[in-house]
Every structure is written in structure tokens, then in C-alpha cells.
Design a protein around this ligand. Structure first.
Ligand code: AMP
Ligand code: GLY
Length: 428
């Protein structure tokens, strides 16, 4: 086993990146850790890099070269789609995350749909449009319910699940009127799928695909899956058999393998994490979307259960030497509850002092990942909508859930808001 220490630059600032950082730091191969831009929690574990434009391929590659960085880990999608991984690899530095061409699996819903069609992978039937009139005519023809999606990256906001034709037409108008910037210049209109949702993340070096544990996000803001869509309000792992059968799981893994193989056939090496969002329909699992990165908050429950040297795994993804046996799993369950600022996903206030994080982390199995926090005058304050991911690991699902919620009670900040039903679906 290679034991040389590697200095690492991690890009990103959310709970996902905090969880990645914590797991990277456990590796015997981890040297100096840098994070750009980081947050109030990560900056205690790694050196924050100020004033680095993480979406600029040239800037990131240059910075990493100058510091002798041996591995760049890219958390969010924007730098991936912008081609930061390409630039880092061109500079001769190993990188975790797909190149720009492969990241189109997330960067363009139309591209992803086309790859899925060629790979023979089940997904919602769709049409794509580049002008409002034609899209609107199609929507009137098929009628609601229907799902309208901005083609490009829209920070999780470009999907309109329309119950009626009217709502769908509004969604089409919203996209073409520039509400999502360039992301809405092409619009995908697709059939509405029904069933429970399940995420399956997989690591791949472009050839070998290693599925990670299943998890289930809760995207709506309010209990009972009510309210607007958010970046994710809570998550648990693994998803139990009564929700995802062994057959369904095998199908999802097969789908991810087919997609990576199809891309390879087309000359595109997908190296990094491929996140599949699935709807478990009566006709079997169908793809809702692919993301070119780890999920947030899925990562916060998947990585704590993972037994692996993450630095070696990421290096293997980059250099094509990934093998199944590099990753195994704890039998424990993990539950993560997201504490948000009042008002999220709408407007909210920032700068509220947070107390109780240390006390929460004294609880057995509890880790508090920072999402939207900053350090100010020696205190941790809120700086985003999703503030903290309170994660608990325990031998049973019930214990993990109880611990996570007990830990949430110990933490306080003005406007603290959270769902009280994370993981209820896992209880039969
Ligand atoms: P996406 O970003 O494509 O995953 O969409 C965000 C959310 O919209 C998903 O998690 C689903 O809840 C919902 N969604 C997306 N596509 C569909 C679909 N074809 N049918 C039903 N719901 C969908
Ligand atoms: N949890 C949803 C996402 O990461 O896209």
C-alpha cells in the first residue's frame, strides 16, 4: 500500500464538503488539507483558501500546481461543468470529479437523456425545446400533469413538477423568460413518474463502477413532504428492503454501469461519483436525473458508514485502478437532519450566533456537519439557508433517528427550523 502523504485541495463549502473533508482527513495518506472556500466548520480542520475562484479552471490548476497539491477533490457541480477537472488533470495533478464532457450528465438534462436512450436505460419519456411557442404547444397537446425542466444547472431550482397544464405553461414561460439564466434556454418536458424516490451514488474510474450505500433524501421543506422543493432537508442510509428490494437495487446498479459503459463507448471517461436519482415505479426503477458529484445531504450519511481509505479510493478513480474491495460498509444506520434558517428555501436572515454544536457532538455517534456557517469573532454564525447537518450513526435505525433529533435539540440559533419526520418512511 502506498503510504506517501498527499496534500489535498477540496473545492466547496457545504455539508457535503465537510463530510468529504472529515473522511479524507481519516486517511493515512492525507497530508496538508486545504479547502476553498470552506465554511465555519471546515476551517477548523483544513487551511481555508481565500480568493480562489473555484469555477475557474485556470485559477484552480495554477493554485494547485504552485502549492504542490497531489489531489484536487471537487465537491459541487459548477466547477465540474466549467471544466476545472480537465485543467487540473492537464496540469498533471490527480483529480476527483469528472471532466467537463462527462459532467454534462448533470450539466445538460438533454445530453443525459440522449445518453440514457443510447444506453437503453429506463427514464421518463421526454421532448426538448429551444423556443417557448413550440414547447407551450406541446404542453397543451399532452396536457398536465407533466414535468418541465430547465436544461442546464439551476442550483436545484429548474424543475417544475406541474399538476396541471396551466402550471406547466407557467413553468415553460419561467424557463424561457430567463428565470434560470442560460440554463433555461433549452427546456425538457417529460412524463410524470410516480413512486418512492431513492438515490444511488456510485464511484467509478470510467470502467469499474462501485455502488455506494443507498440513501433517501427529503426534498420538500415541510413535514409530510409538503411545501416547496429545497436542496434537501434530511436523509438516512441505508434504505430498507421494504422500500427498495434487492431486485430494484440490482437494476439501479445495472443502470449506472450501462451509463458509464455507454459514455466510454462514446469516448468519454466518467471518473468520479455518479449520482443516480431514481423513481421506483411499478414498472421498476427509472432515472429522474444524474448528478456528476456526491449528493448533498446524501454524502453526510453515506460516508460515515463507509469503510475505506478515501484518498486511495479517489486516486484510484482518477488513475483507473478502482476495485470493488476498496470499499465496504458498516452495518450501522445513519440519519441526518438539516437545520435551516427560518424562511428557507425563500429569503432568510444570516449572521445568527449558533450555540450547542460541541454539546451535540459529545453525544455518542453524533457528528455535526456545517453547511451554511461562518466564523465571526470567534463564534460560529449562520451564513446560509441550510445551516447544519446533524448526523447520528447507531446500530438500529430508531436509535440513529432518536440520537439525531436529541442532538438537534441541543443546538440553538435564532430561526432554527427543521423537519420532524426525517426517515419516518423507513419505519414499517
Ligand atoms: P431532478 O433535479 O431532476 O431530480 O428533479 C427534482 C425533483 O423533481 C426530483 O427529486 C423529483 O421529486 C421531481 N421530479 C423530477 N423529474 C420527475 C418526473 N419525471 N416525475 C415526477 N417527479 C419528478
Ligand atoms: N440531494 C440532492 C442533490 O444532491 O442533488
Amino acid at each position: 500500500m502506498n503510504s506517501q502523504k498527499i496534500d489535498i485541495l477540496l473545492l466547496g463549502s457545504g455539508g457535503r464538503e465537510h463530510a468529504l473533508l472529515a473522511k479524507l482527513a481519516e486517511s493515512p495518506r492525507a497530508g496538508k488539507l486545504y479547502v476553498a472556500p470552506g465554511n465555519g466548520g471546515m476551517n477548523a480542520m483544513a487551511t481555508p483558501v481565500e480568493d480562489l475562484d473555484i469555477d475557474s479552471p485556470v485559477d484552480v490548476a495554477q493554485w494547485a500546481s504552485q502549492r504542490g497539491i497531489g489531489l484536487v477533490v471537487i465537491g459541487p457541480e459548477a466547477p465540474l461543468v466549467a471544466g476545472v477537472a480537465d485543467a487540473v488533470r492537464s496540469a498533471g495533478i490527480p483529480c476527483f470529479g469528472p471532466n467537463g464532457d462527462a459532467a454534462q450528465m448533470e450539466g445538460s438534462k438533454k445530453f443525459a437523456k440522449q445518453v440514457m436512450a443510447r444506453a437503453g436505460v429506463p427514464t421518463a419519456a421526454y421532448r426538448s425545446f429551444t423556443d417557448e411557442e413550440t414547447a407551450a404547444a406541446y404542453v397543451r397537446q399532452v396536457g398536465g400533469p407533466v414535468v418541465v425542466k430547465a436544461d442546464g444547472l439551476a442550483a436545484g431550482k429548474g424543475v417544475i413538477v406541474a399538476k396541471t397544464t396551466e402550471e406547466a405553461l407557467e413553468g415553460v414561460h419561467e424557463c424561457f423568460s430567463g428565470a434560470f439564466g442560460d440554463a433555461g434556454a433549452t427546456v425538457v418536458v417529460e412524463e410524470t413518474l410516480e413512486g418512492p424516490e431513492c438515490s444511488l451514488l456510485a464511484l467509478t474510474d470510467g470502467t469499474t463502477v462501485v455502488p455506494l450505500a443507498t440513501s433517501q433524501d427529503h426534498k420538500r421543506a415541510l413535514d409530510g413532504d409538503k411545501g416547496p422543493n429545497t436542496g434537501g432537508m434530511g436523509v438516512y442510509s441505508p434504505v430498507p428492503e421494504h422500500l427498495v428490494s434487492a431486485d430494484e437495487l440490482a437494476t439501479m446498479v445495472e443502470i449506472e454501469k450501462k451509463v458509464v459503459a455507454e459514455l466510454a463507448r462514446e469516448g468519454i471517461t466518467y471518473s468520479g461519483c455518479l449520482y443516480g436519482g431514481f423513481m421506483l415505479t411499478e414498472d421498476g426503477p427509472k432515472v429522474l436525473e444524474f448528478n456528476a458529484r456526491f449528493g448533498d445531504p446524501e454524502t453526510q450519511v453515506v460516508l460515515p458508514r463507509m469503510k475505506a481509505d478515501l484518498v486511495s479510493v479517489f486516486m484510484a478513480c482518477d488513475n483507473g485502478s478502482l476495485t470493488e474491495d476498496m470499499v465496504s460498509w458498516d452495518d450501522d444506520w445513519a440519519v441526518s437532519v438539516v437545520l435551516t434558517s427560518a424562511g428557507y428555501p425563500g429569503s432568510y436572515e444570516k449572521g445568527k450566533v449558533i450555540t450547542g454544536i460541541e454539546k451535540a457532538e459529545e453525544m455518542e455517534g453524533v457528528t455535526v456537519y456545517h453547511a451554511g456557517t461562518a466564523e465571526k469573532d470567534g463564534q460560529i454564525v449562520t451564513s446560509g439557508g441550510r445551516v447544519l447537518d446533524v448526523t447520528a450513526v447507531a446500530p438500529t435505525f430508531e436509535e440513529a433517528r432518536e440520537r439525531a433529533y436529541a442532538a438537534c435539540e441541543l443546538i440553538d440559533f435564532e430561526g432554527k427550523t427543521y423537519r420532524s419526520d426525517i426517515g419516518m418512511r423507513a419505519i414499517q
